[in-house]
Design a binder for this molecule. Structure first.
Ligand code: ATP
Length: 588
């Protein structure tokens, strides 16, 4: 005979089936909140038989949310030891940030349903569940076994509660407890709600302290400067009267974006922006740290002077000097470097490998001091040189217009000290050279050497300015082929604009060099490009995965993108080729 509990499950399952057959649900069998969630899941097109949460390897594991939640997760893990339950923390978009489970067996089961860090349990991807549905409903949400939309989740029960920013009330994450259905208890809901309150309290404690830090920084900057000063964080903007006169509330979003860009290196930086009322301003930005996390920045805002502007306009622009790229982010970087060059203000140019740091310094030099000498010193060569060579280098540098120290992040501490000495003597000379250093990893630059440079400018990676690729490709083809008889066709260009380019312009040039070996005249087509360009994945592939991806791309190229024929060429099923194309982001 069936017990009442089992009868309940059966009627719920019948209601679930009926919902899919005729789209109707008996309100007696299914809670209203669950019916609403099923409808949303259906509207999102969630597949009940195929659970496939998306994965993102870029989740922020350093976030303030995780730091605040850490002690609460530790406590819950202890409390639940010996109990077959898992505690899960997600961000506001249901991306799992942390999972704590005391029971190995449950851990494995959760891995199987990909309820694991990096995966999203948003309703739109996996249907009704304690995490995604709590986000949709904006309140605590419990989902018992067959109340789940997806078939793969029906053996589980979960309870999620929203965590809100205590200052703004905005939902910033979910704390959830998940277990196998037979282990579920009504206490789960109370447990997660209490945990959410604890995390919010810790967020409040942290926020209180970081805001005090911001205020102190503002007061110090305000006293010192008597200029337009703003202290800004994600939640707070503190401005003095001069800044308040310049800024509209809508400028705050722009300033936050500029601060994020300018403080990405962790050092002082100078940038430019056009405010809502049309004023072009220079932003001097100093990051503020709180418990080793960036809490905000102090901005000194000044109008760009017209005299300098007119002088800058009289000179050739960097694109006229062979530097390609007219995306707004790249143009901003160019004008910042140009301005530093013009003022002979020493600057550290950072950015990913091959992004064009040296090219930028060279173009700025040609632009501002075309008649002067430019000397480039590579840190690696400096390390290999002897004492005499380094002394004569000091003299040589003293006589040049611009000196560029490349790859200063690769210097040993002893070598960095020597470079500081050489650079200080050059910097102290009358007339003054313009000094530039380049580094891929600003965090590895010696602190004393860093102090030689008054600002840091970061060149954005190529994948963040895909429009520039259309301008770079003809220029690189011309340089590589030494003639204009090879162009890049629109389909190949689209592929180049979608690729990730971890080694940026250097890698783009290599890809074009490879394409030129296959196509000596006419238009470059997708099949001329190296296989690695024809796929976009947001994670580093293992060697085996890279081989598999290249084989897939080759097969697809061979059969003009016909997936069925490519699958039969490779001896794999139709479903597998679709899955792999998606997995490797292949533009088929
Ligand atoms: N905007 C650009 N326009 C034209 N060519 C560019 C541009 N950016 C980079 N290049 C070219 O790409 C190649 C790599 O650039 P560069 O050497 O300046 O990069 P980098 O960031 O200094 O490299 P590394 O990280 O190795 O120090 C060079 O041949 C350079 O001329």
């Amino acid at each position: 005979m069936l017990r009442g509990h089992d009868r309940g499950i059966l009627s719920l399952e019948a209601a679930h089936d009926r919902f899919f057959e005729v789209g109707e649900v008996s309100q007696d069998a299914v809670r209203r909140a669950i019916t609403e969630s099923w409808r949303r899941s259906q509207a999102y097109g969630v597949d009940i038989d195929d659970l496939r949460p998306p994965y993102n390897c870029d989740i922020d594991v350093e976030s303030r949310l995780l730091r605040s939640a850490q002690p609460v997760l530790d406590r819950l893990e202890q409390e639940l030891s010996g109990v077959s339950m898992s505690v899960i923390l997600t961000d506001a978009n249901a991306w799992v940030i942390a999972r704590r489970t005391g029971d190995r067996l449950l851990d494995r089961k959760l891995d199987r349903i990909q309820l694991a860090p990096g995966f999203s349990y948003a309703e739109q991807h996996v249907g009704t569940n304690g995490i995604g549905s709590a986000i949709e409903a904006g309140r605590a949400f419990h989902v018992f076994g067959s109340e789940h939309f997806s078939g793969s989740l029906r053996n589980f029960s979960c309870s999620g509660a929203p965590i809100r920013n205590p200052l703004t009330g905005q939902l910033i994450g979910i704390i959830d407890v998940t277990c196998k259905s037979p282990d579920a208890t009504p206490l789960m809901s109370a447990l997660v709600q209490e945990a959410a309150r604890d995390i919010e309290q810790r967020l409040l404690d942290l926020a209180g302290e970081s805001e005090r830090v911001l205020l102190n920084e503002f007061l110090a900057a305000h006293h010192r400067k008597g200029k337009a000063i703003v202290t800004i964080s994600n939640d707070v903007v503190i401005s003095n009267a001069a800044a308040a006169q310049m800024l509209d509330p809508s400028d705050h979003v722009l300033l936050r974006e500029k601060v994020a860009e300018l403080t990405s290196s962790g050092h002082d930086a100078v940038g430019h922006a056009t405010l809502n009322r049309g004023h072009d301003v220079t932003l001097r930005c100093r990051p503020i740290f709180f418990s080793s996390e960036r809490a905000g920045a102090v901005l000194e805002i000044s109008h760009k002077t017209d005299i300098r502007k007119s002088k800058l306009q009289a000179r050739p622009t960097l694109p006229q000097l062979g530097l390609k790229g007219s995306s707004p982010v790249f143009r901003n970087v160019c004008s910042e470097v140009e301005e530093h060059c013009w003022q002979r203000s020493w600057v550290l140019i950072t950015g990913e490998p091959g992004v064009g740091k040296l090219a930028l310094a060279q173009a700025a030099h040609r632009c501002c001091f075309p008649a002067a000498r430019l000397v480039v010193v590579d840190a690696v060569d400096l390390t290999r040189s002897d004492g005499d060579q380094r002394r004569s280098l000091g003299v040589e540098l003293g006589e040049c217009g611009t000196l560029v120290f490349r790859h200063v992040d690769r210097l040993s501490p002893a070598m960095a000290r020597e470079l500081v000495e050489i650079a200080s003597s050059v910097k102290g000379q009358a007339g003054g050279s313009w000094g530039v250093a380049t580094a891929n990893n600003p965090g590895a630059v010696d602190a004393d050497l860093m102090r030689m440079f008054s600002a840091t400018v970061t060149v954005p990676p190529l994948r963040h300015r895909a429009d520039d690729i259309a301008e770079l490709v003809p220029e690189l083809l011309r340089r590589l082929a030494g003639r204009d008889n090879v162009t890049c066709g629109a389909p190949a260009m689209r592929i180049l604009q979608r690729a990730l380019w971890p080694n940026n312009v250097t890698e783009l040039a290599e890809a074009l060099r490879a394409a030129l070996k296959r196509r000596r005249a006419g238009e470059i087509a997708p099949r001329d490009l190296p296989e690695s360009c024809q796929a976009v994945t947001h994670r580093v592939l293992t060697n085996w995965e890279a081989l598999e991806r290249d084989a897939l791309v080759r097969a697809l190229n061979e059969v003009d993108g016909d997936k069925m024929r490519a699958a039969s060429l490779l001896g794999i099923s139709r479903a597998t080729i679709y899955r792999k194309i998606k997995l490797y982001g292949i533009s088929a």
